[in-house]
Design a protein around this ligand. Structure first.
Ligand code: ZN
Length: 212
């Protein structure tokens, strides 16, 4: 598993909801947290590791020791948004690129946790920002898409560099062609499942919880 970079079709993929979770799923989540810490990030979406599924991991402390701060969001849905606030963001798939992005100040979301239990969470500040950023990844939306044209223009040279690096890796054969990568994502959608948990089956609604 590795973090895919700007140019990869996975970052523009509309991810699919998970209907089942297997024990393998926990190992996948663990591997994602490890990659995220290694890259000093605070959030990582499945599409950023080439998995076309709707889940992401977050730890706003970025500290692997702070395991109690680890959050997993499966099939997340932002159900309420309030306010608007600008703040600087970066993205592990667009290394060393930062810019101001406007986000809702407060959000309420519904999701399932790593055990397949539904929950509702209300959050603000950095957690609200990272959740909105990661949730966008599941729809193939990147933070640069949310920037003003002026801000994007400032980053254009860096974006072009990233794109060039990606194309060079493809030319060198380190990475498959766009077509090959897209085919891989489609196949995975059909075959890659995380079978378990009746709680995730149709009809179960996320339950309220007091978390956060
Ligand atoms: Zn990102």
């Amino acid at each position: 598993m590795e973090i895919v970079k700007y140019g990869h079709p996975s970052l523009r993929w509309k991810a699919k909801e998970l209907t089942e979770l297997t024990p393998d799923f926990k190992a996948t989540v663990r591997a994602m947290f490890d990659l995220m810490y290694e890259a000093r990030g605070i959030g990582l979406a499945a599409t950023q590791v080439g998995l076309p599924y709707r889940f992401f991991v977050v730890n706003t402390t970025a500290d692997p020791e702070e395991t109690e701060e680890e959050l997993v969001f499966i099939n997340p849905e932002i159900i309420r948004k309030k306010g608007n606030v600008e703040g600087e963001e970066g993205c592990l798939s667009l290394p060393e690129l930062y810019g101001e992005v406007a986000r809702a100040e407060e959000i309420v979301l519904e999701a399932y946790d790593i055990d397949g239990q539904g929950f509702e969470m209300e959050c603000s500040e950095i957690l609200a920002r990272v959740i909105q950023h990661e949730n966008d990844h599941l729809d193939g939306v990147l933070f640069i898409d949310r920037m003003t044209p002026d801000n994007v223009a400032e980053l254009q040279a860096n974006l072009d560099d990233l794109e060039t690096q990606f194309r060079q890796a493809q030319a060198a054969g380190t990475l498959a062609s766009d077509e090959g990568l897209k085919k891989g994502l489609s196949e995975m959608e059909k075959t890659f499942e995380f079978p378990i948990k009746a709680t995730m089956s149709a009809g179960s609604e996320p339950a309220d919880s007091d978390d956060e």
